[in-house]
Ligand binder design. Sequence first.
Ligand code: V0V
Ligand code: CO
Length: 140
Amino acid sequence: MLLRIDHVGIACHNLEEKIEFYETTFGLTVVSREVNEEQGVREAMLHVADAPSGASYVQLLEPLHPDTAVGKFLAKRGEGMHHIGYGVADVTQALQDIAAKGIKLIDERPRHGSMGASIAFLHPKDVGGVLTELVETARH
Ligand code: V0V
Ligand code: CO
């Protein structure tokens, strides 16, 4: 069901500072910057590698407000790894299959994600403490 690690989501206070850190430390390149009001984030995707099933990225996330998923996470835990996003061929089908196994979904239906992707989150409590995102890219 999982095609690849699409991205690792990292929560930070200052997006521009963290972009610069990842550029200078690892030589990564920003390929997209977006504000996603529904998810409450300002985010950037930095390209890491290409695989046969698609690319993988580091996603840097800055909250738009304290009362958002990433804002609350930062207040509770501080900066660091926030979620993992797996590539899937069909996010609606994957959600159905995973729900049938009794795993709690955060999103019953796909939402709008970075770079035109369709995304959906699974609850960390049912995934061993890992906030897990499914990603169907815009092009496959
Ligand atoms: C919270 N918890 C986490 C967590 N955030 N556990 C692992 N990883 C995380 N990132 C735990 C937290 O420690 C609590 O555990 C429990 O879940 C409830 O947390 P809370 O602070 O009370 O917060 P809630 O319940 O209001 O919200 C938590 C959830 C929320 C995960 C439901 O953050 C959410 O809906 N996330 C999905 C949307 C999202 O994260 N969007 C931003 C990325 P205890 O204390 O009860 O043990 S947007 C994105 O990735 C995009 C656009 C993209 O990729 O394209
Ligand atoms: Co993400």
